[in-house]
Design a protein around this ligand. Structure first.
Ligand SMILES: [Fe+2]
Ligand SMILES: [Fe+2]
Length: 239
């Protein structure tokens, strides 16, 4: 299997077909970004000074538990794909899954396992064993599925879009946890998954802006709560 050259990450992100949000949606998104950043900016895990004091054991704990924050998103994608109303939405979800497999290069899962190995953690069997799948992370993942099952498609797609928008923000905040940025993190910091959703999101915004607002609010609150909980557990675990 080919290893993704770091330079390729940047080339892969150049996609002229991407639609950028316009008008009032842009203002909403800017405000949402600002509010989300305010809600997480003071989390210890995003504080480079505090992160530099983490022990090896604590950093390894982070790698083990964070695996389950990102590793179960596929369940939501599968759920959404099965209930998507048209080919356009299904293709966006399929593209997202396809990017996870990463063509001729290592899948994102494999890249994460490489990253874990580089800090002394073997997660080869974690997908099967769920040894480090905490109750809190399970509830976090389940909450997305539960919410999707209780809301219509406009809400579901907006929630998916919000989740993708957080990649760039969260992976930038997380950068200090590594001594040198691993390609797994770089790919996600630079991913354009949110932009792929913008065309559909614009249309939902035009017919039902409340659905967008409600979904983005749900995702931001859940994500901030997840980070606070993960940060607390990393900093309080045995050194
Ligand atoms: Fe990924
Ligand atoms: Fe993504």
């Amino acid at each position: 299997m080919n290893t993704l050259p770091v330079d390729q990450v940047d080339l892969d992100q150049q996609d002229n077909s991407l639609v950028m949000p316009k008008g009032p949606l842009t203002a909403f998104l800017k405000n949402w970004d600002d509010e989300y950043e305010k809600s997480v900016i003071n989390i210890d895990l995003f504080n480079p000074g505090l992160v530099s004091q983490l022990s090896e054991f604590q950093k390894q704990y982070f790698v083990k538990v964070f695996y389950h924050s990102r590793g179960h998103f596929s369940d939501l994608l599968w759920y959404l794909g099965n209930f998507a109303p048209d080919k356009e939405a299904k293709d966006i979800i399929l593209h997202n899954i396809s990017e996870e497999f990463n063509g001729d290069y290592q899948s994102h899962e494999q890249l994460y396992l490489d990253y874990a190995r580089s800090v002394g953690v073997d997660l080869k069997n974690e997908f099967l064993e769920n040894t480090y799948y905490t109750r809190e992370m399970y509830e976090f993942n389940r909450s997305h599925l539960e919410w999707a099952s209780q809301h219509d498609w406009d809400h579901c797609f907006s929630a998916f879009s919000a989740y993708e928008r957080l990649d760039a923000i969260d992976y930038t905040f997380l950068s200090s946890i590594q001594s040198e940025e691993h390609v797994f993190f770089k790919i996600h910091r630079k991913a354009k998954h949110f932009e792929k959703t913008c065309g559909v999101l614009e249309r939902i915004w035009e017919r039902n802006s409340q659905a967008v607002e409600k979904a983005f609010s749900f995702i931001a609150k859940k994500q901030a709560a997840m980070w606070i909980d993960l940060s607390d557990s990393v900093f309080s675990c045995e050194k």
